[in-house]
Design a binder for this molecule. Structure first.
Ligand code: ROI
Length: 161
């Protein structure tokens, strides 16, 4: 069974644009993943600690027959390949590549290593704005339309590249 999933991509170290493009290529080449749509790339100010470079963010829609947990493992492996070091104690710091599983079909998942929908999905314009670009009618598993969320309707700070 194929499931439609959405992932968020972010980077603020190194050549961020090339890194995001390479990560998308890697996912595209995966035998169990077909990449359907990718948003534009957006530049945004860091949310959280401000003493780090601006981010480049994007969102992608894919179809996969992998389980959510297996898909997460693939995302973590791609992060590793692009030099991401998840440092203990350093939360919300700069990163060469961050891949988040945002939505997986209509599922709600609450595991220690994986929460879907992504807990900050509804609050972060660097996720919501690119997501609405490629899926304007998207709804959360509970039925709420993303385009009705306050962040989606407020003026935003993202710069489309
Ligand atoms: N801020 C922006 N603009 N983009 C991100 O991808 C991002 N990722 C994060 C934190 C540090 C919360 N801030 C971010 O993990």
């Amino acid at each position: 069974m194929m499931v439609r999933a959405y992932i968020g991509l972010g980077s603020n170290l190194g050549d961020s644009l090339s890194t995001l493009q390479a990560a998308l290529n890697r996912l595209h080449q995966h035998a169990n993943i077909s990449l359907h749509k990718t948003s534009s790339f957006y530049r945004s100010k860091p949310v959280g600690p401000q003493d780090q470079p601006d981010y480049i963010n994007a969102v992608a829609e894919l179809e996969t027959d992998l389980s959510a947990v297996h898909l997460l493992k693939v995302l973590l492996a791609v992060e590793q390949d692009y030099g991401r070091v998840r440092e203990a104690g350093l939360r919300w710091g700069p990163r060469t590549l961050d891949l988040d599983l945002l939505l997986y079909g209509n599922e709600t998942i609450d595991l220690p290593q994986l929460r879907v929908p992504h807990p900050f999905l509804t609050e972060r314009e660097f996720v919501l704005i690119p997501l609405l670009e490629i899926a304007p009618d998207l709804c959360l598993p509970q039925g709420e339309r993303l385009s009705d969320l306050p962040v989606a309707t407020a003026p935003h700070q993202l710069q489309k590249l």
